[in-house]
Ligand binder design. Structure first.
Ligand SMILES: Cc1cc2nc3c(=O)[nH]c(=O)nc-3n(C[C@H](O)[C@H](O)[C@H](O)COP(=O)(O)OP(=O)(O)OC[C@H]3O[C@@H](n4cnc5c(N)ncnc54)[C@H](O)[C@@H]3O)c2cc1C
Length: 401
């Protein structure tokens, strides 16, 4: 590789958000460098909502995912708390809003492999398999120094380098957030009964316990519990873990066998004060960390990627500077409300589960009852969950950049 490479946009970080941004730009003919070391194993799965699936279709990535993804046709919420006031069971079907599925669930390993395969097909994309060591912001260019030696200079750097983002620190962007007294354990399971394309979320006093279909008789599980319980469960041997998960899932999937690969993620929320500044735009977890409740994190991250790429392509057509501060201010304003509203909704749901305060329990139960029983409200909530009215970048609508 040349010691000093100059491109229009440098994307730092090759997780799903960064890869998506790099593909979207390169597909639109923007000279792009992707600064990303080889991916490490990620035990998570992602429920990609319909808009994200459409974007991946538009980018030519979905054919590489489809065989590994399971459709989510029914969402079921069950109040499994032992409290005085319990919400009634709520069940939502994608067909009620004219969709075949709310989205698809896929293992992150398969998603990243499909993104990488598509990225390799694009000639305007230069791949640099080294981590960024430092990011230096100049008046007209931002320069990324690589761990393997050499630099990449660009008009704009897209920071897709995760929750401890080097790009965010280099741009001097602070974050706000807090931790929750909870840990999310992740497992993939085989089970003896079919899931019938249904995702089931049990609400418990320590957080949601969510089973999401994978292809065949397999599901992924995100179990949000207190850190001490998480340690205990993580230490169980395979047979004891199988029994524990079958018990907690009320045997709805029959006999359960946990597959190798256990994950544990302390819960936190963190949002950058600006999503773009100083020739750096932040996307994905570099911009916002959301608890894994309600499948929001990467769906937001993909909308970030689609939005910044749309702005860059439009600026380029006008002959403008793709790293200009007006473009970054516009990016921030386009993403802020979507991120804020989803973060607040997740936070609120989580807090209402954790609290013992009876009026709050009652309000949660009543809210779910209303959503379940009132047809137009129910459909509006479903539509908003899948395709947020306030953020529909072109890729999510199936339009090329
Ligand atoms: C348990 C759990 C379940 C979840 N389920 C869902 C779900 O169902 N639906 C959903 O939408 N979201 C879900 N999420 C959220 C989702 O997993 C994240 O939003 C997503 O993985 C973040 O992707 P990213 O590309 O922003 O960051 P990451 O995946 O963290 O990628 C960042 C990349 O940057 C690289 N990097 C870091 N530093 C540098 C550097 N200096 N130079 C170059 N590269 C660097 C890293 O190696 C990494 O590859 C879940 C999260 C958890 C914890």
């Amino acid at each position: 590789m040349a010691k000093r490479l100059t491109v229009e946009v440098a994307v730092v970080g090759g997780g799903p958000a960064g890869l998506t941004a790099a593909i979207a730009l390169a597909q639109a003919g923007v000279e792009t460098a992707l600064v990303a070391p080889r991916p490490t194993a990620d035990p998570r799965t992602t429920a990609l909502l319909a808009g994200s699936v459409t974007a991946l279709q538009t980018l030519g990535v979905w054919p590489g995912c489809v065989a590994q993804a399971a459709p989510l046709r029914v969402l079921r919420i069950i109040d499994a708390t032992a409290r005085l006031v319990r919400a009634p069971e709520a069940c939502f079907e994608a067909s009620e809003i004219g969709l075949d599925a709310f989205g698809h669930n896929i293992e992150n390993g398969h998603l990243v492999a499909a993104l990488n395969a598509r990225a390799r097909e694009l000639s305007s994309l230069v791949r640099i398999e080294h981590a960024a060591r430092a990011v230096d912001i100049g008046e007209t260019l931002v320069t990324v120094a690589l761990k393997g030696g050499g630099t990449v200079a660009a008009r704009l750097a897209i920071g897709a380098d995760g929750r401890r983002s080097l790009c965010r620190a280099a741009a001097g962007i602070e974050t706000d957030g807090h931790r929750y007294p909870q840990t999310a354990l992740t497992f993939n399971l085989r089970h003896s009964r079919p899931h019938e394309d249904t995702s089931t979320e049990f609400h418990t006093e320590s957080g949601p316990f969510t089973l999401v279909p994978l292809p065949g008789q397999r599901s992924s599980l995100v179990c949000v519990i207190e850190p001490a319980d998480a340690e205990e469960i993580s230490a169980l041997d395979d047979a004891a873990l199988d029994a524990e998960i079958e018990l907690r899932s009320h045997s709805i999937l029959g006999k359960v066998m946990v597959e190798p690969g256990r994950g544990a993620f302390p819960l936190a929320v963190e949002t950058a004060r600006h999503f773009g500044d100083n020739r750096i735009a932040l996307i994905g977890e570099a911009a916002h960390l959301v608890p894994p409740i309600g499948a929001q994190g990467l769906n937001l991250g993909l909308r970030d990627a689609a939005t910044i790429c749309e702005l860059v392509v439009a600026a380029r057509h006008r002959g403008g500077d793709v790293g200009a501060s007006e473009l970054l201010v516009r990016y921030d304003s386009l993403r802020r409300a979507d991120v804020r509203s989803r973060t607040l909704a997740v936070d609120l749901l989580n807090r209402t589960l954790l609290t013992d305060f009876l009026p709050v329990q009652t309000a949660r139960g009543f809210g779910l009852y209303l959503i379940d029983r009132i047809g137009p409200l129910r459909r509006a909530v479903m539509r908003e969950g899948v395709t947020p009215a306030m953020s529909q970048p072109r890729l999510m609508r199936g339009e090329m950049l």
